[in-house]
Design a protein around this ligand. Structure first.
Ligand code: NOJ
Length: 747
């Protein structure tokens, strides 16, 4: 044997392997694009590279920015929606800067652009990813037509505290549902193959932001690595795998480390484990806020921390612009770190085709706004997102039998408020309120007495509206929260209907006519005390432009409600946090005595010593996944195709779903699983599959559902993601608190 030759061959082979080894690419750019990126990068000065890493908020006179754009000091702008101005900005970059690199224009297009869809919490209530994808596509078509090629959406923060105002902006409390919604929005915004109507998605806020202590926005979080990996990270991973082009760091510090300076999440998890090769942007000044956190002394230090942690673009701290050059020169940040960041930015610009199509056709762009198909998609989305929480049989109303309809409440005709938070570009003039829709549908039959001017108004006498209620056949009361009461920084410590709305509802009830309440809000409010004061209650998370017509269709039965709660509805705010997929305590609540029932003489021994509140027990008002219909559904003959599955197997479920009522309807079939014994304690139930199924009145259908066993993998005691063999339970039901479990094993 010629050992030196073999050795040489082995070295050569491994070198070839190293050279040809493909870095994982979540964006799937081809070699040609990567070559263009490298070629452009090789011609850039350090200052030009750093310029690409700088994002600026537009506003004021264009001449204020012209020089910076011309000098290549701005890679992206946000908050500009005027297509003429966007074209003007692009023209300076493309035609007057040395390298002609186009701008990436970003905007918070969160639940629609001009045509506003329900807030994301309402989108989640549809349990319909295909419809949510369609809505995101509509948003992309409208926004890109005006030059916006990057949206700061979807927000994938799990939220288990409705005091947190930003619960409105996400998909609620559940990891599985959040992940499916996130993927759908990414697909909708970006399209399957990027074209000029593609808008880069930005998954945010990375990570843990929704777990803010006390539900106060921006507050610290204390999530363990296991919680992060099992609950908070999977939706981000799913969205990244679905091709999300960008990601935003969050404001919060988790266990003492602000996300914008957290190399563990930004490098180890995001880049090394998931292979993300898109762009990471900070949240607005979140780099600068690391100084307030006490994580860095000054802007230079936080710029270093952020760059080294893996941030590519600075939104509005100007820390990179002011200090990166110096930091590179003194060796505190490597130029290769800057190159990697700029590659990520250019990759997104190339993928979006900005170099080929930097400008928009302003006239053509105007024509697509509020297109009839967009309004129609928005209406259908509201119809699927509204949740029927109570119905004593009064709904649906029979249009032929009502002569006088009293429309009342502060949300009946509040076009701005029904759009909800983050609807910068939705316009009051295009919004159809319930009052408008009902008047149009029932000319001459609608009497409008507002009762309260706005949601926070305090009033003690309701004589006028009660008198009108007495004269009406039915009372439609539209209650809730103004848009300003939820969203960023808009947190609440009291979750009852605000102002005098509960008093208004009680007064209406006293008139003796059927009362149908509709609550439009940015969060699940604590409405227990209001339920006795209405015969039916519909919950509409701020529904957007087409809220009015959709609600009219639901109330009068043209459409049967099918929305389900994407978050647990609490009885009282003191129950926070209460979510369905909690771990099992050693002493689970078992319906023991409540305060009101305690026998004074019996003493403490009769209390049961389990985990609950003496005054409110342990159960919510409405569980996760709950929602009524005008018909009823029954599940029967449930079985699994096996008692034992291998780890690489597939669980198949067979059952009969019956529409047992006299109306056509749609059920959201939900599959929950419990891993009975794990290396660490596991949630009592976790959603693992859902599907919307439509059945005609009286129809029965045998359904087969399946999911891979690998969906049951989690990070256990050894910190490795895997399926742990053992006993499992599985429920197929219409909400998270119903159904009888089936058992199976994994070997
Ligand atoms: C701050 C918010 O936290 C973030 O969600 C948003 O995208 C940026 N501002 C830009 O407006």
């Amino acid at each position: 044997m010629n050992y030196p030759r073999i050795l040489l061959l082995a070295v050569l082979l491994s070198l070839t392997a190293a050279c040809t080894e493909q870095k994982p690419s979540t964006l799937g750019t081809d070699a040609g694009t990567e070559r263009r990126i490298d070629e452009l990068l090789s011609r850039m000065t350090l200052a030009e590279k750093i310029g690409q890493m700088n994002q600026v908020s537009a506003g004021g006179d264009i001449s204020n920015y012209a020089e910076a754009l011309r000098n290549g000091q701005v890679g992206s702008i946000l908050n500009e929606v005027d297509p003429d101005r966007i074209n003007a900005f692009q023209r300076i970059c493309v035609e007057e800067s040395r390298l002609g690199i186009p701008l990436l224009v970003g905007r918070d297009v969160i639940h629609g652009f001009h045509t506003v869809f329900p807030i994301p919490l309402g989108l989640a209530a549809t349990f319909d990813p295909a419809l949510v994808e369609e809505g995101a596509r509509v948003a992309a078509v409208e926004a890109t037509a005006q030059g916006i090629r990057w949206t700061f959406s979807p927000m994938l923060d799990i939220a288990r505290d409705p005091r947190w105002g930003r619960i409105a902006e996400g998909s609620g409390e559940d990891t599985w549902l959040d992940a499916r919604m996130g993927e759908a929005m990414v697909r909708g915004y970006q399209g399957t193959k990027p074209d000029t109507a593609s808008m880069a998605a930005c998954v945010k806020h990375f990570v843990g932001y929704g777990a803010a202590e006390g539900g106060r926005d921006y507050n610290s979080t204390y999530l363990t690595e296991r919680q992060l990996r099992n609950v908070y990270l999977p939706p981000f991973e799913a969205a990244v795998k679905a091709g999300a082009m960008t990601l935003m760091t969050s404001f919060n510090d988790n266990d003492g480390v602000p996300s914008t300076g957290n190399a563990f999440i930004l490098r180890q998890v995001l880049r090394d484990e998931w292979g993300f090769d898109g762009l990471v942007v900070t949240d607005w000044n979140s780099m600068g806020e690391m100084i307030s956190h006490g994580f860095g002394a000054d802007r230079k230090e936080v710029a270093r921390l952020a760059a080294n942690a893996g941030v590519d673009m600075d939104m509005m701290t100007f820390g990179f612009l002011s200090h990166l050059e110096e930091l590179v020169r003194c060796g505190a940040v490597r130029e290769s770190t800057i190159d990697a960041a700029v590659r990520n930015i250019l990759r997104v610009k190339f993928l979006l085709g900005l170099f080929e199509h930097p400008y928009v056709d302003v006239e053509a762009g105007r024509a697509v706004q509020y297109a009839p198909a967009h309004l129609e998609a928005a209406r259908r989305t509201v119809e699927e997102s509204v949740i029927l929480l109570k119905n004593d049989g009064v709904l649906p109303l029979d249009a032929g039998r009502v002569r006088t309809i009293l429309v009342t409440g502060p949300m009946a005709d509040a076009p701005y408020d029904q759009l909800g938070t983050w609807s910068f570009d939705g316009e009051k003039s295009h919004t159809v309120t319930p009052l408008q829709a009902l008047r149009e549908r029932f000319p001459g039959k609608v009497v409008h007495v507002p009762g309260l001017g706005f949601s926070r108004e305090e009033r003690s006498r309701f004589d006028d509206v009660v008198a009108a209620a007495r004269r009406a056949d039915v009372v439609l009361a539209f209650l809730g929260e103004e848009a300003i009461l939820s969203g960023e920084a808009h947190c609440l410590a009291d979750l009852n209907l605000i102002g005098s709305q509960s008093a208004l509802l009680a007064a209406l009830k006293s008139a003796g006519k059927p009362v149908v309440a509709t609550v439009m809000a940015g969060r699940p409010l604590t409405i227990e005390r209001d339920l006795p004061n209405c015969e039916a209650l519909l919950y509409a998370f701020h529904p957007g432009t087409m809220g009015g017509p959709a609600l009219a269709n639901l109330i009068f039965g043209d459409v049967n409600p099918s929305g389900k709660t994407p978050v647990t509805f609490l009885r009282t705010v003191g129950q926070v946090p209460l979510y369905y997929s909690h771990n099992m305590t050693g002493r689970p609540y078992n319906g023991e005595t409540l305060l009101a029932d305690i026998d004074r003489e019996a003493g403490q021994t009769s209390l049961g010593n389990t985990s609950y509140y003496l005054d409110y027990g342990a159960y919510p008002l409405f569980p996760f996944g709950f929602g009524l219909s005008y018909t009823t559904f029954a599940y029967s003959d449930l079985s699994l195709d096996s008692e034992v599955y291998p780890k690489d197997g597939k669980v198949s479920i067979s059952f009969i779903l019956s529409n047992t009522g006299d109306r056509d309807g749609t059920e959201v079939v939900q599959v929950y699983v419990r891993d009975i014994v794990g290396s660490v304690t596991r949630p009592v139930k976790e959603l693992k599959h859902f599907e919307r199924v439509s059945l005609k009145a009286g129809e029965q259908r045998r359904l087969q559902l399946s999911f891979p066993v690998s969906d049951l993998a989690f990070y256990g005691l050894d910190g490795v993601k895997k399926v742990e063999p053992g006993d499992f339970q599985l429920w197929v039901a219409g909400d998270s608190a119903s159904g009888e479990p089936l058992s199976f094993k994994i070997q």
